[in-house]
Design a protein around this ligand. Structure first.
Ligand SMILES: [Zn+2]
Length: 253
C-alpha cells in the first residue's frame, strides 16, 4: 500500500479538518517537510499569537475550537502576561488565560515581553524565532500589522520575521481584533464558520473577566456577524492569508 501523504491522511481522517502544508525546501525546512508528510504525524500544530492574554480568543476563538475539536493541537502564544499595573506579574491575567485555554482545549505560551512596552530589535526577533522554531507549527495566526496597539504591531512583526527566517515553512494568517480600537483596514481573504463554536468562544472571552467582556465581546461579535454575512454563515471569523504563505486549508463549513 502506498503511504498516504499528510494531506491525504488529514483529508481522509478529518474530512473538514485543516489540511496540509507545503513547507520550504532546504535545511531545517526540508527535514520538517519530511516529518510533516509522515503518516505518523497526522495532528496539525497551530499557533495563535496575540499581544495580550485574550487577543487570540477574541480574534480566533471559534476557529481554535474547531481545530481542537478535530484533534489538532493549538497553542496560544501571548507576547506578555498582561501585567497591569506594571510589577503585578500578571498573576490574575495568567489565571484567566489558563481558564480560557482550558475551554478551547488549547495550551498557553508566553513570549516574555512586558505589557505595553514590547521591544522589537535583533535580540528579541531572535528569541521569538526560537520559540516558533521549537514548536514547529504548521500554521501561525497573528495580528494584522495595521493596528492601534503597539503590542499588537510588535508581535505581528516578530511573527513575520520568524516566518521569513524559517524559510516561510508554515502557513501565515492575519486576524482581526476589531473592537473599534485596534485592527484597521482589514479585508479578509478567508473565512471560518464559527456558528457551532461561538458559545465556547464566548466562554473563553468571558474567562478574561478583568477585561470588561460585556463591552468587548459585544463589539467583537458585531464583527463575526458581519463576517458571517459576507461568507454566508451566521457567524464567521475572517483572515488574511499572506500571499506567499504555503497553501493551507482552514476548517471548512
Ligand atoms: Zn491586545
Amino acid at each position: 500500500m502506498t503511504p498516504l501523504s499528510r494531506r491525504e491522511m488529514v483529508g481522509q481522517t478529518t474530512a473538514a479538518a485543516g489540511a496540509a502544508v507545503l513547507p520550504g525546501s532546504t535545511g531545517i525546512a526540508s527535514a520538517m517537510q519530511e516529518d510533516r508528510r509522515s503518516p505518523a504525524r497526522r495532528k496539525l500544530k497551530i499557533i495563535v499569537t496575540g499581544g495580550h492574554p485574550g487577543d487570540p480568543e477574541y480574534g480566533c476563538g471559534g476557529t481554535i475550537a474547531r481545530y481542537t475539536d478535530l484533534g489538532h493541537e493549538v497553542a496560544l502564544l501571548y507576547l506578555n502576561r498582561g501585567e497591569w499595573p506594571p510589577g503585578d506579574a500578571g498573576v490574575s491575567r495568567v489565571a484567566e488565560a489558563k481558564k480560557a485555554c482550558g475551554i478551547l482545549k488549547a495550551r498557553p505560551l508566553y513570549a516574555g515581553h512586558a505589557n505595553s512596552v514590547a521591544v522589537v530589535d535583533k535580540p528579541h526577533y531572535e528569541a521569538f524565532r526560537k520559540i516558533i522554531e521549537a514548536e514547529r507549527p504548521d500554521a501561525v495566526f497573528t495580528h494584522w500589522p495595521i493596528d492601534n496597539h503597539a503590542d499588537h504591531r510588535a508581535i505581528s512583526m516578530l511573527v513575520y520575521d520568524a516566518w521569513l527566517r524559517l524559510g516561510k515553512n508554515f502557513a501565515l494568517y492575519y486576524y482581526e481584533v476589531s473592537n473599534g480600537e485596534d485592527t484597521v483596514q482589514f479585508s479578509p481573504t478567508h473565512f471560518v464558520d464559527i456558528t457551532t463554536t461561538e458559545p465556547r468562544k464566548r466562554l473563553a472571552c468571558y474567562a478574561h473577566a478583568s477585561q470588561t467582556p460585556d463591552k468587548f465581546y459585544a463589539l467583537q461579535q458585531q464583527v463575526t456577524r458581519l463576517r458571517g454575512v459576507e461568507s454566508g454563515h451566521r457567524e464567521a471569523e475572517g483572515y488574511i492569508r499572506h500571499v506567499q504563505s504555503p497553501d493551507f486549508t482552514l476548517p471548512l463549513a
